[in-house]
Design a protein around this ligand. Structure first.
Ligand code: SAH
Length: 359
C-alpha cells in the first residue's frame, strides 16, 4: 500500500479508476493535495465518502509525536514517528512575512558522525523514502499560513547518502508543489560522487557544501568523511556543479570557539574559495552547542570579525541567525532530548556515541 504523499499522480488516478470514479476526480485530488496543498480532509469538492475511502487507502506516513514552537510562533519543529518501524525524524518550519521555508530530514539519524552535530552523535537508523520526505513539506504547509516557497535539505541525515530518495523528493517538490529549483537547497557534507551525480540532473537546485574548516587536518577531525573525500576533491566537485548548474554555491561553516574561528583561518578559507567568487557565498552558523560536543560557539564579535575578514579576502559571507535554538530546532540539534527519549520508547534505540571533545 502506498502512502498519501508517496502516491504518484498516476497511482492516484489508477486507484480512483478502480473504484469507478469519474476521470476528473484524479485531477481534483492531485490539485487539492499539491496545488492548494490542503489536507485531504479539507478537499470539500470531493464527496465525504470518497475522502474517507482515500484516507484509508492512502494513509499518512508520519505520525506526529510532538511539536513545539519558538520565535513567537515563527519557528515550529515536529518530531514524527514514521509508519512501519516508528523511526523518529524531525522537520522544521520557518515562517517569514511573505513565505515559509521547510527544513527536511532525509534519514533517521546520520552515519556521517560530524563531531559537533547532534544527529551525527546519535548514529544512523535508516534512510527515509521519498514519500516520507515529501510528506514533511506537506504537513508543514498545513500548519503555515504562508506558502512554502523554499525547501532546504538541512534536517537530519546526509541527503547525498540517500541519493535516490532525495532526488525523487526534489523532483516532486519541483514538479508537483511547483517550487523552483533555485529555491530547493541540497546541503551535503561533501559526498563527492553524489555531488557529481547532482551536476548531471535536469534541475539546477542550489547546492550547499558544509566545510567547517579551511584545511584537511582540522576538517578530518570535525567531519570524518573528509578522510575519504578531502577538501581538494570536494571543491573540485563543487566547481563541477557550479559549471553545470550556473547556480551560486553556498558553503556552510559552523563557528566553533577556539577551533575554527581564528583570523588566520578566515584568510585560509578566503584563499580556498576566492576562485569561486562571486559565485560562492559563505554562511557562518554560530555553533549550537550539543550534548556530545564540549566546545563552545564563537562569540558574536569573533563571528563578525571572521565574516569581515572573508569579505576583505574577496569572499562574500553572511552570519546566519539561528532560529529555534530554545526548542532544539536549530541546525544540528534535531532529535536531541525529546527525540532521543521517544525513539527508544518506539523500540528503535538511539546509539549515543562518545566523541572526541564530548562531555
Ligand atoms: N548532512 C548535511 C545536512 C546537515 S544539517 C550537511 O552536512 O550539509 C545542515 C548544516 O548544519 C550543516 O552545515 C551542518 O554541518 C550544520 N550543523 C550541524 N550541527 C551543527 C551545530 N551543532 N551547530 C551549527 N551547525 C551545525
Amino acid at each position: 500500500m502506498s502512502t498519501r504523499y508517496a502516491a504518484t499522480p498516476d497511482e492516484i488516478a489508477g486507484l480512483l479508476a478502480g473504484w469507478g470514479e469519474p476521470g476528473y476526480r484524479a485531477r481534483q485530488v492531485w490539485e487539492g493535495l499539491y496545488k492548494r496543498r490542503a489536507p485531504l480532509e479539507e478537499l470539500t469538492n470531493l464527496p465525504l465518502a470518497l475522502r474517507r475511502r482515500l484516507g484509508e487507502a492512502l494513509p499518512l506516513a508520519l505520525e506526529q509525536v510532538h511539536s513545539s514552537s519558538a520565535d513567537d510562533g515563527e519557528t515550529t519543529k515536529w518530531l514524527w514517528a514514521a509508519g512501519g518501524d516508528g523511526a523518529s525524524i524531525e522537520t522544521v518550519l520557518m515562517r517569514y512575512p511573505a513565505r515559509a521555508t521547510v527544513c527536511v530530514s532525509t534519514q533517521a539519524g546520520c552515519a556521517m558522525a560530524c563531531s559537533f552535530c547532534a544527529t551525527g552523535q546519535a548514529g544512523f537508523e535508516r534512510h527515509l523514502t521519498a514519500g516520507e520526505v515529501v510528506e514533511q513539506v506537506a504537513r508543514a504547509q498545513h500548519a503555515s499560513p504562508q506558502r512554502v516557497g523554499n525547501v532546504v535539505f538541512m534536517g537530519m541525515g546526509e541527503p547525498l547518502a540517500n541519493y535516490d530518495a532525495t532526488w525523487a523528493a526534489v523532483e516532486r517538490f519541483h514538479d508537483d508543489f511547483g517550487i523552483s529549483a533555485r529555491h530547493i537547497t541540497v546541503s551535503t557534507v561533501g559526498v563527492v560522487p553524489g555531488m557529481r551525480r547532482l551536476a548531471r540532473e535536469r534541475l539546477p537546485v542550489t547546492l550547499a557544501v558544509s566545510l567547517h574548516a579551511p584545511d584537511d587536518a582540522l576538517r578530518s577531525e570535525l567531519v570524518p568523511l573528509n578522510r575519504r573525500y578531502p577538501l581538494a576533491e570536494v571543491l573540485a566537485a563543487a566547481r563541477e556543479y557550479l559549471a553545470a548548474s550556473g547556480r551560486r554555491l553556498s558553503f556552510e561553516y559552523a563557528m566553533i570557539g577556539g577551533v575554527n574561528d581564528a583570523p588566520a583561518q578566515a584568510d585560509a578559507l578566503a584563499r580556498l574559495l576566492r576562485g569561486f567568487s562571486p559565485a560562492a557565498h559563505v554562511n557562518l552558523i554560530p555553533l549550537n552547542p550539543t550534548p556530545g560536543y564540549g566546545m563552545p560557539a564563537s562569540p558574536p564579535r569573533r563571528v563578525a570579525a571572521f565574516a569581515e575578514r572573508l569579505r576583505q579576502g574577496g569572499v562574500g559571507a553572511t552570519v546566519r541567525r539561528n532560529r529555534g535554538t530554545d526548542i532544539d530546532a536549530a541546525c544540528g540539534q534535531l532529535r536531541t532530548r525529546h527525540g532521543a527519549a521517544k525513539s527508544s520508547n518506539l523500540g528503535a534505540p538511539v546509539r549515543m556515541v562518545q566523541r572526541r571533545g564530548g562531555s
